[in-house]
Write a protein that binds this ligand. Structure first.
Ligand SMILES: *Cc1c(COP(=O)(O)O)cnc(C)c1O
Length: 410
């Protein structure tokens, strides 16, 4: 499996929408074909439209607050010895995480297509929260589809969604979680596609949603590339870009500008959720040998049992607690351009403790998985190696769980 040079990874799929012939595609009912084709055509035009790009960049800057800072974690680097550790504080974006990039672009697409309603599905609630935020900003009516089980366990996010003026549509079918919320949301979209746009919250789902999300989050690596050039007189010879991977949108956004660099110069390391040490459950399909399956309308490595039933997953971080992963990361794994590993719940907590002990940074539990990997490898590396971690979320949202697990206020 080989990557092509000079072509964005989001465009390196075949005519059926598959990356590396196996991953992605659009596994959708016939009734979804028309709205998906319409969206595909509109997006193809918009992404090449100067006015649309200007509008996107205007809101990235003046609504999201881009560029987010690149800072050096001097105390942590000094404590660990070895490589220099830097971080891009993407959590300083409006809303406290990278999901706002994708939500904003979807709201702009919705408006450009002349639609007034936007719908989306959510599991842990963060994608729904960000979409409702963007909908409010751009004056769109918003419905968020959510399994009733998730509604019950994610109350703060549900409150935030409603506060933004969006409606939560409870889903009672099947497992009453994300998988069924996705199906319900798509069904609703089919019946209302003349007035309504649909968004997916990560680089997952039918091919077009992977592309839109990747196109949106790639802003992060455009910024990072400029920041590295500005910071270092000579572009460093050894860089490791470490990012947590749930669906994979922040990792793709962090890496997209660097894919064509040689592996020996820029290494890409994805860190999945290994779950609790004592549990057999995890959310690490790439690093723990899951088989290919179909989830969310696309083929990817999926945590499943030997009969092909989707496995329940378990992770301390809600954002990473997803049994599938972006087809783009499956492609990056099989082409060996990126490496994937995992950190356990305990390792992520330990990393959180160490980072906050030495630095004025408050990474949520998702990027704490990435920091766990940085902490593992930094001491073994030389000073001229630059590790950059994407600090893609703020720990404010994890306050209760951190209080419980670390017995301290944050
Ligand atoms: C949702 C979320 C993730 C996981 O999603 P990706 O698509 O893999 O980025 C990671 N970190 C934070 C802070 C999130 O909110």
């Amino acid at each position: 499996m080989k990557l092509k040079k000079n072509i964005p990874l989001i465009d390196q799929h075949d005519k059926d929408g598959f990356w590396g012939k196996k991953f992605g595609g659009s596994f959708i009912p016939e009734t979804l074909k028309k709205p998906i084709d319409d969206l595909t055509n509109s997006f193809a035009k918009l992404r090449n439209n100067k006015k649309f790009i200007q509008k996107r960049d205007y809101y990235f800057k003046n609504y999201i607050g881009a560029p987010t800072p690149l800072i050096k974690l001097e105390n942590l680097s000094h404590h660990l010895g070895g490589a220099q550790i830097w971080t891009k504080v993407v959590s300083e974006a409006n809303g406290g995480a990278h999901k706002i990039y994708n939500a904003t672009v979807h709201a702009l697409i919705c408006k450009s297509m002349g639609k007034k309603y936007i719908v989306g599905d959510t599991g842990a609630g963060y994608a729904g929260k960000m979409l409702s935020m963007a909908a409010k900003k751009f004056g769109l009516k918003c419905k968020i589809f959510m399994g009733i089980k998730d509604i019950k366990r994610q109350k703060p996010n549900c409150d935030a969604i409603r506060k933004n003026g969006a409606e939560i549509v409870p889903v009672y079918s099947g497992s009453q979680t994300l998988v069924d919320a996705v199906s319900e949301c798509m069904r609703y979209w089919v019946s209302n596609c003349d007035t309504t746009h649909m968004a997916v919250g990560s680089t997952v789902g039918p091919n077009i949603f992977v592309k839109i999300c990747g196109w949106s989050t790639s802003q992060i690596s455009r910024e990072l590339k400029l920041q590295i050039k500005k910071e270092f007189k000579n572009f460093p010879k050894k860089i490791k870009l470490i990012n947590c991977v749930g669906g994979g949108s922040s990792a793709y956004g962090f890496w997209s500008e660097f894919i064509d660099f040689p592996k020996s110069q820029i290494e890409l390391i994805g860190v999945e959720a290994g779950g609790p040490e004592k549990s057999r459950l995890h959310a690490a399909p790439l690093s723990r040998g899951a088989k290919i399956g179909i989830l969310h309308g696309a083929a990817s490595y999926v945590c499943q049992n030997k009969d092909g039933q989707i496995n329940e997953t378990e992770s301390i971080s809600a954002g990473l607690d997803y049994p599938g992963v972006s087809p783009i990361h499956c492609f990056l794994k099989d082409s060996k351009r990126a490496k994937y590993t995992y950190a356990t719940d305990e390792e992520a907590l330990k990393a959180y403790k160490l980072v906050t002990k030495f630095e004025k940074l408050n990474p949520s539990l998702e990027p704490s998985h990435a920091f766990a990997e940085a902490i593992k490898c930094a001491p073994k590396l030389s000073k001229d190696t630059i590790i950059i971690v994407n600090s893609c979320g703020d720990a404010k949202k994890d306050r209760d769980i951190l209080k419980k697990r670390l017995r301290r206020k944050i």
